[in-house]
Each structure stands twice: as C-alpha cells, then as structure tokens.
Design a protein around this ligand. Sequence first.
Ligand code: FAD
Length: 544
Amino acid sequence: MLTTRPERWDRVVDAIIVGSGGAALTAATMAHDGGAEVLVLEKASLIGGTTAVSGGVVWLPGNHHMAEVGISDSREDALAYLRRLTCGHEHDPAVLETFVDTAPEVLSYLEANTPLRMQPVANFPDYFFAYDVPGKKSGGRSCEPLPYAVGDEIPEWRDRLVTRGTLMSLGSNTMLAEDFAEPTEELKAELARREAQDIRTKGAALIAMLFKGLLERGVELLLETPVRELIVVDGSVIGVRAEANGQSIFVAARKGVVLACGGYEWNKEMVRAFIGYEVQPLSPPNNVGDGLVMAMEAGAQLANMTSYFGQPAMFDPEISRDGELVPQFEWGRGAPGSLIVNRTGARFANEAMPYNDFPKAFGAYDATQNEFPNEGPGWMIFDQGVRDSTRILSMIPGRPTPDWVPVANSIRDLAALIGLDADTLEATVATFDENASQGRDPLFHRTELGLMAPGAVRPLNQGPFYAVVIWPGALGTNGGPRLDTNGQVRGYRTPVIDGLYAAGNTAASAYAWAYPGGGATIANGMVFGFRAGRHLAAQPARDI
Ligand SMILES: Cc1cc2nc3c(=O)[nH]c(=O)nc-3n(C[C@H](O)[C@H](O)[C@H](O)COP(=O)(O)OP(=O)(O)OC[C@H]3O[C@@H](n4cnc5c(N)ncnc54)[C@H](O)[C@@H]3O)c2cc1C
C-alpha cells in the first residue's frame, strides 16, 4: 500500500472499478449513471472473470419476472428463507435486508437501462425446496440471461469476451433451461444458428450485455492492467497503482475505488490459513486474493473468512494446463447406485445435498477423536448400473473405461486398489445397500433431502465397482472485507474506510456461507456492486 501521493498521476477519474466480472460491471454502470467518470481495470486478457464462464444464473428474490411464471414473492418470504439458511451467522442483519430490498431493483434497472435481458429459469426451485424451511419458492427467483448476439452487437470485442463456459456438463451455447430440455429438431436448428452468428449464452451473455451497456456509455475498460496497490493518504483511498505493459501507472479516484476482483480461491496459502483445509478452485486462475490483500492493508474489517461458495471437484488426467491437472466440476454425485466415503471408508454426508454445502462436510472436526476424518480427498464409489447410465468426467457410458479409473469385481478388492480399509468400506456399502433396498437412508436422509428435490438410493448390486476421487471445491471464496449497506468497506479504526468499496467475491457475502438458490453468488455481487456504484457516484469529488 502506498501512503503518499505519487509524483505524477497518469490518469484522474472519479471511480476506479477493479475487475470486470458481474459485480464490477454492475458497479461501473451505476457509478457512471450517477454522474461519475469511470475507469475499469482488469488483470486478465479477457473480460468477465468467473462470471463470464459461469451459468450466468442470478438469484433475485422478488424480481419482476416472477409474475410471468405465476410465482409471487415478498420481502418477508425472502428474508425468512435467507435467515433460516444463514442460521443467524450473517455478518450484518441490515446488509442481508438490504440485499432483499435491492435485488428486484437491480434487475429492473439494468433491463431498463442496459442491453441486459433475463428470464426465469423454468422448473428451477430454490436449492432448499426439499427442506422444511420457510419462505422457499418453487421457481422464479433464479433468472438467466437471454442469448446475446456478440457477433452482431460488439464484433470488435468478440475475441476479448469469453466464448463459452467451463461447465462441461452443460452445452456451450444452450441456455440453462435448454440443457435439460429434449434435443428437438427446433432446438438443434437454433443452436446451429447461434453458432453461426456468434450468439453467446449463460455467463458469457451476461457479461457481454453488461459490457455493451458500458460501451454505450463510453466507459473505458483496460485489459491486462492488474491493480497492485491502493494509495491511501490520511486514511482515505485516493487511487491505485496498477501495471500496464510491465510499467506502474498511477490512477487517482476523486470519489472512490471499488474492489470487485474476485475471491482468493487460487491462493493456496490463504485457503489454508482462512478455510483451513484444501479446497480446489474452479474459477479462472486470476482470483488470488489481490482485493483481500489490498483491503486488509487499508485496515478493513473482515468477515465470513472460513467460508466459500462450494462445489465438489474431481480431476481427470485427460484435462491439464501447463502440466498441472485442472480441477473439474463433479459428475454423478448422488446417482442412486453410488455413495461417497472419507479416507476411513465411511460415509459422512448426504450425497444429494446442495453443491455449496457438500464440500463443507470435508472440513468437519471430530472433537472426540481430535482429527479431521473427512479431509480430502474422498472417494465416490459406484456400481456398473451407474457406469452404464451416467457420464463421469471422460468416462462415458458405452465407451471403454479410461485406464485411470480403479475398477474391481468386489468392494474388498476396490478398497485394496484405492488404499482404504476393506472391512470399513465393505461394512459401509453393506449398510447402505441394506437400507437402500428398502428405499431408506436413515443415516443421512438422502431420500428425504437434496438439491431442490430429495435424492434417491439404490443398492450397489451390479459389479464391477468403480471409484473416483472427489474433493471439496470452490466456485469462489466469499469471505473478505465487511461491507455496510452502501457497499463501503468497514474499517477497524473507522466506521468505514473513506473512498473504499467492495463487491462480489472480494467481499464478505451478505448471506454468510449460505447458497439459497441458483445464481446466489452473482446476485450477491451484482446487488452490492449496484449499491457501491450508486453510493460512490453520489459522493463529493475529493481534491486529489
Ligand atoms: C463454471 C462455473 C459456473 C458458475 N455458475 C454460476 C451461476 O450460474 N450463478 C452464480 O451465481 N454463480 C455461478 N458460479 C459462481 C460465479 O461465477 C462467481 O461466484 C461470480 O461470478 C464471481 O463474480 P465476481 O464479480 O465477484 O468475480 P469474477 O467474475 O471472478 O471477476 C473478478 C475479476 O477480477 C479480476 N482481477 C483479479 N485480480 C485483479 C487485479 N489485481 N486487478 C484487476 N483485476 C483483477 C479477475 O481477472 C476477474 O476478471 C459459477 C462458477 C463457475 C466456475
């Protein structure tokens, strides 16, 4: 952190937005519309961060599209649902309320004032719809972007916008709703049209539409320009030192800086220090905690540091980058003839629970035995029935089993192959099978609870048996600077740090570790990006 003014400023603007994901581009839009001169600085060579490779789903309770699918919502319902899921651990109840109060306006404002267009994802309930929780909805809160014709609308930027998401299980140019639809001739023709016209979907569409809105406003975005340090003079954040072409550039911000540069999931040391166990990152690799370091240096209060937006991860030896395996999304978790065990060979959680929550079970501490019995990796064990019906990484039904997959004719032999205690694994599978044959899971309630709907069980009764390693993974971390309701960063020494805002995965999530429904992470970022940009623009310009 620099604590004196540089000898010269290379640029002077009102607002510096750090990052170009959903949180950042929303903040930039609002700062501009509030009258601020805005500069967006992005470290990567592509626009959009994790948001651009994501499903692009945004969870906005009370949004105006809910009526189109005949679902009503209310502040009370949304808050009752969220409060039940946070279990009272939100870092500030007022910030949680602000999320609910602002969410509808974010979508209506952006649809009215930018090219962004969204629709509710059909048949997509809140993630805890199968649970006995208040305020849950059967759909409508999760919206997804409509396809966007990047080829027609912003052809000069097409190579600097992500083309397709990294989610292997989903199509590259389908909408989420279409991923689960019948592959009709009409849909195939539509997908061919999208390919031909460079029409993008999901997170790539979300970012492209928000970015087009910034282009229309004349907001400048510089790629390959990482922000390295804040410039903080007399307790006020007045600018940043960034790097461009290997040179330092000093940019002043008359009104403020918004840190919207993602989480720290790619920073192994930070993950170890804050979360406490190994978690595999699933986002693009630039999110190494730059925003967190800058906020800490400026004296930010932190919150939610042990948490992250979870997603179980797997490794496929056929997918690597620069000689290193790249963590992949899980496949097949909760398939009826499968279960997941820890390093002792015991089950440890309901395999069908929401993807944010399952990874957290890997971090459980056993105070009786003084150990972490579930520390990764775990093993997903499944039978031939699952092998024949479910794709798992590059293991595809009907095709030869890849060499890297352990296969054995008995559970005992499988245990020996993967180094687990054979007696324990055999007993685990026997108990599971006995209960599953009666359609029950008294240990972990898999037949009663699961993501959106109860899970299912079936005995593992068709050998041979297979095993795949499964790890806790992160879509992004969600601990960081504690915000007030305006998206300003709170300080330890002062109520807020003058001139410093944060949004998205750089900041502490409004809903603690909870992931209430599809799109909750991007929504958290867009809502507080929205508030930060608007508040920042309304501040008097400081004499830099
Ligand atoms: C495959 C996949 C699918 C997902 N699907 C969904 C979904 O449908 N809905 C949902 O809600 N969530 C989803 N998630 C999670 C979601 O994408 C992220 O939580 C969210 O996009 C984070 O947004 P953000 O704006 O905080 O950060 P990001 O989108 O990660 O943007 C941060 C940006 O900051 C840049 N940056 C980092 N350091 C610096 C620096 N020093 N200077 C300048 N720039 C910097 C990064 O390069 C990056 O571009 C998904 C995640 C993955 C991986």
